[in-house]
Write a protein that binds this ligand. Structure first.
Ligand SMILES: *[C@@H]1O[C@H](CO)[C@@H](O)[C@H](O)[C@H]1NC(C)=O
Length: 552
């Protein structure tokens, strides 16, 4: 461990060792904190290099070859019936009975219309067939189905025509119709049947329901492609792939001291240009382009399998259809290994390749550790079949999992890296933290964890995602600068390096380019190069001024 780290720690403990030190004496705390930051900034840590390269100082190309609606919402603007995409959660309340449609136990039996309050058994996830035709997946995974004369039940696991319903909308009211033309109604004995006589109006009648959209938070590749339909989706995505990230961005990154891009890709890239519906081709050509630009601007590439078949975490960035996690099944895992084989074969000997990340953010709740470790071992071997040098990057599980679990797993012998994602977000724990508490958290929690992993004599450590954003509202530029500098100081110590999430984003504080251009994130010089004392001093003075002017 570099000597300065010990010194920093000694001083930190002396000045702020007690957890409530800052609160006991705000004024003293400010001073102590300020001195601490000065020391951190004036004496950057000594660093080793990764494969002749400086340590990774990277930026993610998020939202490019794997779509994320929150990064670029406008991609979804042209979809008809835009609030009823795949995975949207809906609830139906009969206007005559004033009761919710429900599947007792979450699935496997007849549907009832008898609940006063809507919760998980009353919530259905949409599978979109067209902009008016849908299938309804209930909590247990089965689909609503109708056969002539019988009440509607939730008993089918693979939906087809009898599980497809036509929806007519009038504001929040809907009619649900079978493809054959019959309307669904709520009967007086609280069943759901497809035998309403005639065509219902929008008055209070047995075939009219109030539809509540409980959540429509999935905006990924599946939603986009299936929402537009193939031709229009192809047009939208081609334009996006060509314009969202360009050679100019690589030039910008290179100018600003970035040496690596981490590029999220989806599993369907391996079947480009004709991936299975609804996925759209084109990402492979775009990835080839990124490798060429990387060579021109002297950057390295990490290919990150962000979306695995079946979805490894149920989120839009894993291209989940409806929020469920199907990945840890043998079929999907072997399909995923084929994708790793494809990517390794294609890029292993490309001079711009730094590493291949086998899987992004598997969910701890749904992916058992032994299944994941066995996948990582097989993936490691596949990459090694093509390259003895490419880094093999394995990502920690998200949710309730200790990254140390991957250090004890013995996944491979050489050039293996564990990727951790550090966000002071996505957990109520951070909700009410002020600026100083957020920065304190970096020093008191992130740094010790990094140190213990760095010294675990196992894989290298990589902070593959972090961001200069937090839950603090109305923070000043200088507070953002301090938070960013604290994170950089901490993550520069990771043995493999770090990459910022993400290059471009509609939300400015997530947008690396915006942060740099507007000086909300002061990158400083690369830790490998001789520190430019003038730059460091300028930053330090800024920090000092900030501390004195009072940060809250
Ligand atoms: C679909 O419904 C029709 C008529 O209601 C029925 O005859 C048919 O067997 C059903 N198909 C399947 C696959 O269950």
């Amino acid at each position: 461990m570099p000597i300065m780290t010990c010194l920093h720690y000694w001083i930190w403990n002396k000045l702020g060792g007690k957890k409530d030190f800052f609160f006991a004496s705000a004024e003293m705390g400010r001073w102590a904190f300020c001195v601490l930051i000065l020391l951190w900034i004036l004496f950057p840590l000594a660093n080793s290099s990764v494969d002749g390269l400086d340590k990774v100082r990277g930026v993610n190309l998020g939202g490019w070859l794997v779509v994320e609606g929150w990064i670029k919402p406008s991609l979804f603007d042209g979809i008809p019936n835009r609030d009823m995409l795949d995975g949207t959660q809906v609830q139906f309340k009969s206007v005559t009975l004033q009761k919710y449609v429900s599947v007792d136990g979450g699935g496997g039996m007849n549907v009832t219309v008898d609940r006063d309050v809507a919760s998980s058994w009353e919530t259905f996830r949409l599978w979109r067939v067209s902009d008016r035709e849908f299938q309804f997946r209930c909590f247990g995974g089965q689909f609503l189905t109708s056969s002539e004369g019988d009440p509607i039940s939730a008993t089918v696991t693979s939906p087809a025509l009898n599980e497809t319903f036509y929806i007519e909308r009038n504001d929040t009211r809907v009619h649900i119709k079978l493809l054959g033309g019959n309307y669904v109604q709520a009967t007086m004995n609280n069943q759901l049947t497809a035998n309403y006589q005639g065509v219902p109006g929008w008055d209070d009648n047995a075939a009219t329901f109030e539809m509540t959209i409980a959540a429509n938070n999935l905006l990924g590749d599946y939603q986009l492609a299936n929402g537009y339909g193939h031709d229009k989706a192809k047009e939208v995505l081609m334009k996006h792939q060509r314009s969202f990230i360009t050679a100019g961005d690589f030039a910008f990154l290179s100018r600003n001291g970035i040496n690596t891009v981490r590029i999220p890709v989806g599993w369907w890239i391996a079947q480009d240009p004709y991936p299975p519906a609804p996925f759209i081709g084109g990402s492979l050509v775009a990835l080839d382009g990124a490798f060429s630009w990387a060579q021109v601007y002297n950057l390295k590439c990490i290919i990150d399998l962000h979306a695995a078949p079946g979805s490894q975490n149920g989120m839009e960035h894993s291209a989940s259809r409806d929020g469920s996690v199907g990945w840890p099944s043998p079929d999907y895992i072997s399909q995923t290994l084929d994708v790793i084989d494809f990517l390794s074969a294609r890029y292993a000997n490309h001079p711009a390749l730094l590493g291949i990340e086998l899987l992004n953010e598997p969910s701890a709740a749904s992916v058992p550790l032994d299944v994941l470790v066995s996948y990582y071992m097989r993936g490691y071997q596949i990459v090694r079949n093509y390259s003895s040098e490419a880094y093999v990057i394995i990502c920690q599980r998200i949710g309730n999992a200790d990254p140390m679990e991957l250090y004890q797993a013995n996944i491979g012998d050489s050039n293996i890296v564990v990727d951790l994602h550090y966000y002071n977000l996505f957990d109520p724990y951070f909700d009410n933290m002020n600026a100083m508490e957020n920065i304190q958290f970096i020093y008191e929690s992130r740094v010790p964890q990094l140190q213990s992993l760095d010294s675990a004599n196992g894989p290298l450590v990589y902070i593959g995602e972090w961001v200069n954003e937090w839950s603090v509202t109305n923070a000043s530029q200088i507070q953002y600068q301090m938070y960013g500098s604290a994170q950089l100081q901490a993550y520069d110590a990771a043995s493999f390096g770090w990459s910022y999430w993400t290059l471009k984003n509609d939300r400015i504080h997530w947008d690396f380019e915006w942060n740099i251009k507007n000086k909300y994130l002061l990158l400083g010089s690369s830790p490998m190069k001789t520190p430019n004392n003038f730059v460091w001093l300028t930053v330090a003075c800024g920090v000092l001024l900030c501390a004195l002017s009072g940060m809250t």
